[in-house]
Design a protein around this ligand. Structure first.
Ligand code: FAD
Length: 491
């Protein structure tokens, strides 16, 4: 029986948790620790916090809930503001801990912290083990070594769908042997993290709350109470409302629920209610999530380089004023502005919305995609390092399966996915009175219409910051130049 310290990271739950399961079976005296790492609460060079208020609040809620859960099991969670490689060894010394265990992560910043912690603990002769809790499929069950992972999602998906079984979820422990302690740390608050309390917009379609119980509540709602899951494939590209997609991502990102638990609930739903394309598609999307984790594991730091996985040296612009217009939702293109304001005022936007705003930033404005990814990192309550940087690689055209210069036609998308302008009018009250046919292009209104609706560009709403067609052509030129340069270098 080893006195065990579990260093919680993005695995803030007790159900389907390998280390807790093991600790309860082996009856190891167990305590948890969560560190709010100061490096995640700095202001980035670009001028905004690495972790914004919405995300920090969601993390705080999730951590607080985990502490309560562990206490009901007889254990506890120490919550500290500090670097794990300093905090964990000092707790170990104070409480004569024999084993430290933690969830392995993939991205370079996280791995560097693991390495620093390992060497600090080695000096104290404390044993460490890691576990893997974060993907649908366990890495040991993949039918190929990570270095052989296909660069095409479809190849990956077909192979794993054929050859990889999903492991069962582990039950939550009913009791843990405690480690008594009287260590006291200052309570971590938003203020301590240098952040203000976020103001959720009254227009928000969902008030996300962190923690395992809330994740379970959302799952019950989406599956059993409403059967929304049975229409997922038809609704998933919408942008307005709580029901068009599962909204599981914030809880998945922090590990308040496991992808595996969701998978088994889908299977149960298929048996008890209905099995259709929609139930399949939810699991399909969870595979995308896995895929980006394996891509990050395979390509390591390259995922975070400006030239991306394609190693394309595109001449990105760094226009701070234009970037500010994008991130505050003042581009003059309603579908972009509505999404960017929703993100700013709630910490969440739809997948369709993310694709459109990322395409606009990179293919119309030609702005450094890392700036966009950092803004998402700061704002999104579901920020996941692999999904975020993986998707941004794709959006910027530097991802692993980039096939030439591809972009979203912003106006076509607006008409396809927000035909009557409901979404845009929801987030841009200044456009609410405009006729549906004009809401995506207020700059096209005739003089008499402007008078009729008392609407003036530049006063009620921004003028378009660029011409959509011309800008795309220009950026395509830069992209093709980068392709040519790379070919010349290779040959
Ligand atoms: C530029 C960009 C950045 C993104 N950044 C993130 C991020 O930081 N964190 C994040 O979780 N997702 C990210 N996504 C993926 C996707 O937009 C969100 O996972 C999804 O919108 C979350 O809503 P949902 O839970 O309702 O998804 P659903 O449509 O209900 O899908 C179910 C789950 O599948 C996974 N999933 C779905 N689509 C994707 C995808 N394209 N890539 C990876 N996983 C996916 C998510 O875990 C999601 O919760 C990003 C997409 C883009 C285009």
């Amino acid at each position: 029986m080893k006195r065990t310290l579990i260093w919680f990271r993005n695995d803030l739950r007790i159900t389907d948790h390998e280390a807790l399961h093991k600790a309860s079976i082996q009856q190891n005296p167990t305590l948890g620790v969560y560190c709010f790492d100061p490096r995640n609460y700095t202001t980035l060079e670009i001028g905004f916090p690495k972790t914004g208020s919405f995300r920090a609040q969601f993390i705080l809620e999730s951590v607080t809930h985990l502490k309560q859960l562990l206490q009901t099991l007889g254990s506890d969670l120490i919550v500290v503001f500090g670097k794990p490689e300093e905090i964990v060894p000092s707790i170990c010394a104070a409480l004569t801990i024999e084993l430290v265990t933690y969830q392995k992560e993939i991205a370079p910043e996280e791995v560097a912290i693991e390495d620093a912690l390992e060497s600090a603990l080695l000096k104290q002769h404390i044993q460490t083990t890691t576990y893997w809790n974060s993907t649908l499929m366990h890495p040991e069950d993949l039918p190929f070594p990570i270095q052989k992972l296909s660069e095409l999602f479809t190849d990956f998906r077909k192979k794993v769908e054929r050859e990889t079984a999903i492991r069962n979820s582990l039950p939550a422990p009913t009791k843990l042997v405690s480690i008594n302690h009287n260590l006291e740390f200052e309570e971590v608050t938003l203020k301590m993290l240098g952040l203000e309390k976020p103001q959720l917009s009254p227009l928000a379609v969902l008030d996300f709350k962190g923690g395992e119980a809330e994740a379970q509540k959302r799952l019950n709602h989406y599956f059993w109470d409403t059967n929304h899951i049975s229409q997922y494939k038809e609704t998933r590209n919408r942008m307005l409302g709580e029901s068009y997609s599962s909204k599981f991502s914030p809880w998945l990102a922090l590990g308040c629920i496991s992808a595996r638990s969701i998978y088994h609930e889908v299977k149960k739903y298929e048996q008890e209610r209905v099995q259709n394309d929609s139930t399949y598609w939810l699991v399909f999307e969870l595979l995308w999530r896995d895929y980006f984790k394996w891509i990050a594991a395979k390509h390591k730091g390259q995922l975070f380089q400006l030239e991306g996985l394609q190693k394309l040296q595109i001449q990105w612009r760094e226009d701070e004023h234009q970037f500010m217009q994008w991130r505050t939702g003042n581009t003059g293109y309603p579908i972009i502005d509505a999404n960017m304001r929703e993100l700013l005022q709630t910490g969440f936007i739809s997948n369709r919305g993310r694709q459109l705003v990322a395409s606009f930033l990179t293919k119309n404005l030609g702005i450094n995609w890392l700036w966009g990814a950092q803004w998402f990192e700061s704002q999104l309550i579901d920020y996941d390092v692999c999904s975020n940087y993986g998707n941004w690689n794709y959006a910027a055209g530097v991802g692993n399966d980039a096939r030439g210069f591809r972009y979203f036609n912003i106006l076509k998308q607006a008409h396809d996915y927000d035909a009557n302008g409901m979404y845009v009018k929801h987030w841009l009250p200044e456009l609410r009175l405009l006729p549906d046919g004009k809401v995506h292009q207020p700059y096209k209104m005739a003089v008499n219409e402007k008078l009729l609706y008392d609407f003036e560009l530049g006063k009620n709403y921004s003028k378009p910051m660029i011409d959509l067609d011309l800008s795309v052509k220009e950026i395509e030129g830069l992209y093709n130049m980068a392709l040519k340069d790379r070919r010349t270098k290779i040959s």
